[in-house]
Design a protein around this ligand. Structure first.
Ligand SMILES: O=C(O)CCC(=O)C(=O)O
Ligand SMILES: [Fe+2]
Length: 333
């Protein structure tokens, strides 16, 4: 059987023309996985607590988070930080319930064991759901992002509901600079797990410090093989790069820079690993001149914005600082 030549396989210049879900199906398939994955384990029960009202959660999502100078310095050195208690346990369980309902409706399956081995996604969920809008446009989360990046204002790029179903394999090594067609390095993703996330569920794992991307800059991206994931893993092993692969306790959220390299292990539990991953960027950033297929369905997230334009559509509200009538540019926040 003959596949594409190695040279053709590195050509990603064409745009992505399918859905965001098709993008994830393709992308997850680029990860190396062990032939024999361990047996599916029973996940610990979700904590049994009273879930707060919508109003209480919305108020919580506006409260400033006590971020320290050491947190900011750590993010800037390592390209990521994991922060505890960004959300209360009740706000996490409420998020999970809403996301599970949406996923079950969209995929006509039961989450937690209905579909096996897949990585399901949804995006733009904040547009139709007032509660999710509060999570995605959260001033608490966006202020953390602005402070970590040391920029005065951040906009939303997009939200992404990511559900790694039981039995789904690894997320390939990558940095998001490949994915987001922005000309800026002031870009950060808040990865918000919607349950406590054990090692067996495949928590996001981060290589550090931030500049280790240079070690793998010459590894060619291959669009139909596991070559890139393998090449990055081998280079990191050779150079003994440190990887932070630790569980997320309930309410813990990670923030990763678009130069940070990250991966995630398979989910070998019987519970879906549901996450809300929201990306924010410094106000003023532009779209790059030549987005690629790795940028996925980016135009959906910025209608009317073309290559080279300032990245500012009505779907990219400024989330921090909170808009006042004087500062509002008409975008919804
Ligand atoms: O959830 C995952 O496994 C991958 C997520 C990711 O790469 C991201 O949010 O940047
Ligand atoms: Fe990523």
């Amino acid at each position: 059987m003959t596949g594409p030549s190695p040279l053709e396989d590195t050509d990603v210049s064409q745009p992505w023309t399918e859905s965001n879900q098709a993008w994830w199906d393709w992308y997850i398939g680029l990860a190396v996985n062990d032939e024999q994955q361990g047996a599916i384990q029973t996940a610990n029960p979700l904590p049994s607590i009273t879930v707060p009202s919508d109003e209480a959660v919305i108020a919580e999502l506006r409260e400033p988070y006590p971020l320290s100078l050491a947190d900011i310095e750590s993010f800037q050195a390592n390209g990521y930080i994991k922060l505890k208690s960004v959300l209360s346990p009740g706000a996490v369980l409420k998020l999970r319930a809403v996301l599970v309902d949406l996923l079950e409706a969209a995929y006509k399956t039961k989450i937690d064991g209905g579909i096996q081995n897949r990585f399901l996604s949804l995006e733009m969920v904040w547009l139709d759901n007032p509660l999710l809008r509060a999570y995605v446009l959260s001033p608490r989360v966006a202020q953390i992002c602005a402070k970590l990046l040391a920029v005065p204002a951040v906009r939303l790029y997009h939200d992404n509901v990511l559900s790694k179903e039981p039995g789904c394999g690894r997320t390939p090594w990558h940095f998001d600079d490949h994915h987001f067609p922005l000309d800026s390095h002031d870009v950060v993703t808040a990865w918000v797990p919607a349950q406590p996330t054990s090692l067996a569920m495949g928590p996001l794992a981060f290589a550090h410090p931030i500049d280790i991307w240079r070690l793998v800059d010459s590894v060619n991206f291959e669009k139909s093989t596991t070559g890139y994931d393998k090449g990055v893993a081998e280079a990191f092993a050779r150079e003994q790069v440190c990887v932070d692969e630790t569980p997320f306790e309930i309410g813990e959220v990670s923030f990763h820079h678009n130069l940070n390299f990250h991966t995630a292990a398979p989910n070998v539990t019987d519970r879906s690993r549901v996450v809300l991953a929201n990306t924010y960027y410094a106000d003023g950033a532009r779209v790059i001149d030549a987005p690629t297929m790795v940028s996925g369905d980016w135009q959906k997230f910025m209608p009317g914005v073309g290559p080279g334009d300032v990245a500012k559509s009505k779907l990219n509200p400024i989330c921090w600082p909170i808009a006042t009538s004087e500062t509002s540019d008409g975008a919804v926040c």
